[in-house]
Design a protein around this ligand. Structure first.
Ligand code: F6R
Length: 616
């Protein structure tokens, strides 16, 4: 949700910021802009559309300044226009600002500022912030010049309700930037004779691996040679400098057509990384050092509550099935956005889990805070190290899937499924799962990366199916038990990147309503299970076939469907049943991807979406 990059140093700020913005574009791509201080003035460029458009605009200008701020926008307040694009400038010209978040009391502040003679040219809440800083700046004594700028930002933020990650500059302070965060991520990059600020480490890693993750309520003052960190009430903060392990290459597209495709093919490695070092020496269970709970603590737990949003919520549903099946411990799953307001009664000895790739999703963060407020211990399964959710949780499991840049989540999802399967094993072995079954389970999970490679080898055949099915405008995805969440995930993947209407259902629910949609114009994607439900799912397929609905069946190797029942069969490698959701996901990721490409959609930047939803 909006990307920010700010730079203060000795190099030309514009090109560094443009490179960073390109990496942050997944956060929003409605408009882009930058401001650079030079020759005692400001060069301000803004445009609707993509960062590439901004880069084109910049290429015609002589941008030599070494201090700047920049932004890529996902519109909240105000439409997609150049006037609403960031950076915003105060009407007296003294302050420029980029913002990620929502200022809730902007209307009252604006009314006040109008009485003080400030004027507005956009519909945004951000311009209000720029003018309020200018107002406080004008009131500050001019004697202590450096602190005057910092003080004006600090005093402004004391009056602001809502969420923000901001980076601010002032032409009167050419070698300074001020940045602050509350509810929106912001990371300081500590360089050699340069310092940067950005919404995400991917925008920093080409300049520095040394970062400070800002906390809510912190304010940072940056110059080329250093930085000072404080809270809004002026308490000093001792900065903790972390080292980023992601490399620049991991955040680059390389030879791939899209980040989504690259990340689909990175899944075997992401799955290996999720398991690395996490199996016990006896080969019968998993280990999670980061949970900070002993086996005795786990024995006290009589329920798990899992919450997340979107794709992560589907991973929670799979976790529910696996934990209940193998560990026989009840699991409740809630949308984070609902949990935070539902005031749900919880068991006394419940353990709370949130799942978030980015670790910044505002609803998931709020759910975590709500659970902690009620006194529950809260664990996080996160991909982004140092993210807000990872830091605020009582313990957790890092995914180590590497940067996920495609807006549609792929490798992060299957890595969450694998971690869910490992966690189910971990608690199952503390209850009734035998040593022998544990050993078999571990062997089954260790085989997954290799089996995922085999599933990916189906890509050409799936592309060919996708080309033929791209003409349809409605799809059903149908699965049972732990393949039902994969049906939901398949439908979500298809709709978000191809704009095709798609719904996921438990296969047997289909005849309670959705079957009315079936015709030769509405294909169904079936996830065929092994075991006792195989025949039931075959019956559901027969019901669709009888109504001329085209069928694509995803079938574990070794299972035989009745002749002519499915129009297309995509085999997946046979595997341990705890790994089946992972291997069943890969074909629907590829199917959605190739259908979207066949329809000419911008796969990595689907309309209206942005990765990492940091506003409500
Ligand atoms: C869909 C997708 C989203 C995210 C959701 C939560 O492909 O990516 O549904 O899963 O916005 O994001 P995280 O996991 O970052 O909290």
């Amino acid at each position: 949700m909006c990307g920010i990059v700010g730079y203060v140093g000795r190099q030309k700020a514009a090109s560094i910021m443009l490179e960073g913005l390109k990496r942050l574009e997944y956060r929003g791509y409605d408009s882009a802009g930058l401001a650079v201080l030079q020759d005692g003035d400001v060069a301000l460029l803004r445009t609707t559309g993509r960062v590439a458009g901004l880069a084109k605009l910049a290429s015609g200008k002589k941008l030599t300044g070494t201090t700047g701020i920049s932004h890529t926008r996902w519109a909240t307040h105000g439409g997609v226009t150049e006037a609403n694009a960031h950076p915003h400038r105060s009407s007296d010209g003294r302050i420029l600002l980029v913002h990620n978040g929502v200022i809730e009391n902007y209307a009252a502040i604006k009314k006040f500022l109008l009485t003080k003679g400030y004027t507005f040219t956009s519909e945004t809440d951000t311009e209000v912030l720029a003018n309020l800083i200018a107002y406080h700046y004008a009131k500050e004594p001019a004697s202590a010049e450096t602190s005057r700028f910092l003080e004006a930002v600090r005093k402004t933020l004391l009056h602001v309700e809502g969420t923000y990650g901001i980076a601010v500059l002032s032409p009167a302070h050419p070698d300074e930037l001020v940045a602050a965060r509350k509810g929106s991520p912001l990371i300081l990059g500590v360089g050699d004779q340069e310092n940067l600020i950005a919404s995400d480490v991917s925008a920093l890693i080409s300049r520095t691996q040394n970062v400070v993750y800002l906390k809510d309520g912190e304010l940072v003052h940056l110059t080329p040679s250093g930085f000072t960190l404080s809270t809004l009430d002026l308490a000093d903060v001792h900065p903790v400098i972390d080292t980023v392990t992601w490399s620049v290459d991991e955040a680059e597209l390389g030879d791939h057509a899209h980040f989504m495709l690259k990340e689909i093919f990175e899944q075997p490695v992401a799955l290996e990384n999720a398991m690395r070092g996490r199996f016990a020496a006896d080969g019968s269970t998993a280990n999670f050092g980061g949970l900070n709970l002993s086996p005795a603590d786990f024995r006290q737990i009589d329920r798990f509550v899992f919450t997340s949003c979107g794709t992560g919520w589907h991973a929670c549903l799979v976790a529910e099935h696996l934990i209940e099946r193998y560990a026989r411990i009840p699991v409740e799953v809630d949308y984070a956005s609902e949990f935070r307001y539902r005031n749900a009664p919880l068991d006394r000895d419940a353990l709370f889990f949130v799942i978030s790739q980015s670790g910044e999703t505002i609803d998931t963060l709020a759910a975590l805070r709500e659970a902690k407020r009620k006194g529950y211990k809260c664990m996080a399964i996160c991909n982004v190290v140092g993210s807000t959710i990872a830091r605020e949780a009582d313990g957790g499991i890092y995914q180590h899937a590497g940067p996920e840049i495609g807006v549609a989540s792929t490798k992060a999802f299957t890595s969450q499924l694998l971690i869910a399967a490992m966690f189910a094993l971990y608690v199952a072995r503390m209850r009734d799962l035998s040593f022998a079954d544990g050993v078999q389970y571990v062997a089954g999970l260790k085989a997954v990366p290799g089996l995922a490679r085999r599933a990916l080898a189906q890509a050409p055949r799936i592309q060919e199916i996708a080309t033929r099915y791209a003409k349809y405008n409605d799809f059903l995805f149908l699965g049972r038990l732990d393949l039902f969440p994969i049906a939901l995930e398949g439908a979500l993947k298809l709709k978000e990147i191809s704009y095709i209407h798609a719904e996921g259902y438990p296969a047997a629910e289909m005849k309670h309503g959705p079957i009315a949609l079936i015709s030769d114009q509405c294909p169904s994607v079936f996830f065929v299970p092994k075991g006792e439900l195989f025949n039931k799912v075959v019956s559901s397929m027969q019901e669709i076939k009888a109504r001329k609905g085209p069928i694509i069946a995803i079938v574990p190797e070794g299972l035989e469907l009745p002749d002519g029942l499915a129009d297309e069969i995509i085999p997946i490698p046979d595997c341990h049943e705890a790994a089946l959701p992972i291997l069943a996901t890969i074909p629907v990721q590829l199917l959605s991807y190739y259908i979207a490409v066949a329809r000419g959609c911008d796969v990595d930047k689907p309309r209206n979406l942005a990765k990492s939803v940091t506003v409500e």
